[in-house]
Ligand binder design. Structure first.
Ligand code: GCB
Length: 596
């Protein structure tokens, strides 16, 4: 799905700001048919949970309602009028006046509705959006609403981040011409010093296509007629990690020789490939450094914020990180666009997190019910994941920064039943995008002897907590365990291996002369232990620390105001380890370090 944009042929109105807000209530059925009751206003984009002081809002389970008036410009007469939501977490329903115009399940991908029939240019309409935060065993990610003995409902889930909900990304009103660019797919190849840009355009309506590729100076470097073809770029300027270069593809839809639509797309020419145990970008071995991140800030929750976007990328640049994983869901599109422009490499992850009953059981000591079963991850959940993968790849396929899809975080790949669940998902992802490697982040219960998925993927990503959840406080044993396990994976599969999570909860400001978990020194020592091992494994291609910053989680006895494994605090102040990482990663750049 193309991101909306404003061009000579397309209008775009940003609907962010303050919307009327109300919880769903039995005494106010069909709230979209009238003005929402009460005086609450919610900021868009922002998760609604932390905006208000009323616990009933933060703890609400079910639908909430956002509403505002929107005026359609008079000049949009004759155009198709579309409302686009960059996300509604986790389920959205959109009403124009009294009419339901769109429904969407899945909290981290966009959706849109053609509302031309429901609105009149020059007039105002009431836009109401319902958003539900409910997770079930058939949603991605999964969750469960349970009623406790007191009769109070609670929403539980198996992922370690707070279930922020609402309109956390932008909402748009767009005008699109009758004959318009509906979709574009770009694949780039390199032949010596020449770049090859394969393009394919889908139109809505009958028309012809013409494309022009410009360099960063605005000079035309190639052009073509037709809905698909290959553009040849002599003396190509490659998109490189740390040195982004973006061409711009201008796509024109014409009918009867007249321009009907113009859409522009940044294009980075680069190749990605896995060869043996190497991850190659533009034919050169690439070593990932960086983080698993979250969309998470105080007050906004998962609300997208350009100031944090700029600041987080500044911190990543300062620390020498060349990459991050969008753990554990697709991020706002602005994040990928920024990464495209700044040469940061992205592992783009689905929202398939928490598909693992053993993780909770591990903490409670109870026997886990099977993860893949009618009551848990069943056919409907698999279909929801397939749909999510379709939407993710459709949204992000053209970003040069995205070098790999991560199809799930910490599923129960040690359960043989994981195979039947994930094999079709892997096939689907390969069919939708034959160009990018695939991976999954393997949970600590999965080892080379019992894992059932590794052979399906191109890169093996591991999340490991030796020295934290396993052998806490004993980094010597952690080092032995880690090295033994990494060598086993490398010997068995001979594929690139990387660590997508390793780290230690750390209270900023807590210090000790001893090896004390939770201190800043322990975080530093734990990471150094891992780095020694990484540098001894030839198949090792990258390290992404868990996590970039401290982040909010569900309330429980295992977390004190959230997860504290951040290298930065939640308000982005560096812990001591940041300077150690800065030194190591600045030296690494993009090249695997020699054994130290
Ligand atoms: C994991 C999860 C991540 C958690 C992390 C932790 O394995 O993938 O979501 O936050 O561990 O800190 O426990």
């Amino acid at each position: 799905m193309l991101k909306p944009q404003s061009t000579a042929t397309r209008g775009l109105i940003n609907l962010d700001g303050l919307w009327r807000f109300a919880l769903d209530a039995a005494d106010n059925p069909q709230p979209w048919t009238r003005r929402l009751p009460g005086r609450l206003e919610a900021a868009v984009p922002a998760s609604y949970n932390d905006l208000f002081t009323d616990a009933a809002i933060r703890d609400h389970i079910g639908w909430v309602w956002y509403q505002r008036e929107v005026e359609v410009p008079l000049g949009w007469a004759g155009e198709r009028i579309v409302v686009r939501l960059d996300s509604a977490t986790h389920e959205g329903r959109v009403y124009v006046g009294d009419a339901l115009v769109a429904e969407h399940v899945g909290g981290y991908t966009p959706f849109a509705a053609d509302i031309t029939e429901h609105v009149t240019p020059g007039e105002r309409f009431r836009l109401t959006v319902g958003v539900s935060n409910v997770l079930t065993n058939e949603t991605i990610p999964p969750g469960k609403v349970a009623v406790g003995m007191s009769g109070k409902e609670s929403l539980t889930y198996l992922h370690d981040f707070y279930n922020y909900a609402g309109l956390a990304r932008s909402v748009w009103l767009c005008s699109v011409p009758e004959v318009s660019v509906d979709d574009v797919t770009i694949v780039t190849r390199v032949d010596g010093g020449t770049g090859l840009v394969d393009y394919s355009v889908d139109l809505t309506g009958e028309g012809e296509v013409s494309v022009v590729l410009r360099d960063e100076e605005g000079e035309v470097v190639a052009s073509a007629e037709g809905a698909s073809g290959t553009l040849t770029v002599d003396a190509v300027h490659l998109w490189q990690p740390g040195a982004a270069y973006l061409y711009e593809l201008e796509i024109e839809a014409l009918a009867d020789g007249d321009t009907r639509d113009i859409y522009r797309l940044p294009v980075g020419v680069r190749t990605v490939e896995v060869k043996g145990a190497e991850f190659l970008i533009n034919g050169e071995p690439f070593y990932f450094t960086g983080f698993g991140k979250h969309e998470d800030t105080a007050v906004r929750g998962k609300g997208h914020d350009d100031a944090y976007l700029v600041h987080d990328f500044q911190l990543m640049e300062w620390i020498g990180a060349n990459s991050f994983r969008t753990s554990h869901y697709p991020y706002a599109e602005e994040v990928y666009e920024f990464a495209d422009r700044h040469g940061i490499v992205v592992i783009d992850e689905t929202a398939a997190v928490g598909l693992n009953n053993e993780v909770a059981a591990g903490l409670t000591g109870q026997q886990a019910p099977p993860t893949f079963s009618d009551e848990a991850c069943n056919d409907a959940s698999q279909a929801a994941l397939a749909q999510h993968v379709r939407e993710l790849i459709a949204r992000d396929k053209n970003h040069p920064s995205v070098v790999m899809w991560c199809l799930t975080n910490e599923t129960a790949s040690n359960d043989p039943a994981s195979r039947a669940y994930f094999e079709p998902i892997v096939e689907l992802a390969r069919e939708l995008d034959p160009t990018r490697p695939l991976t999954y982040a393997a949970v600590m219960f999965a080892n080379p002897d019992n894992d059932n998925l590794a052979d399906l993927f191109d890169v093996i990503c591991l999340n490991r907590y030796y020295g934290w959840y396993v052998t806490p406080g004993d980094l010597g044993t952690a080092e032995n365990f880690l090295e033994r396990e990494l060598r086993m994976w490398a010997d068995k599969y001979g594929k690139p291996l990387m660590m997508t999570e390793y780290g230690a909860d750390t209270m900023s400001g807590m210090h000790s002369v001893w090896d004390q978990p939770w201190t800043e020194e322990y975080q530093d020592d734990l990471l150094a232990t891992y780095h020694r091992v990484f540098d001894r494994i030839p198949e090792f291609v990258g390290e992404q620390v868990w996590n970039f910053a401290d982040f909010q989680t569900s309330i429980g006895i295992h977390r004190v105001d959230g997860n504290k494994k951040g290298v930065f605090t939640r308000d982005r102040r560096p812990k001591s380890v940041a300077r150690t990482l800065r030194k190591r990663w600045s030296e690494i750049g993009t090249t695997k370090p020699a054994e130290g």
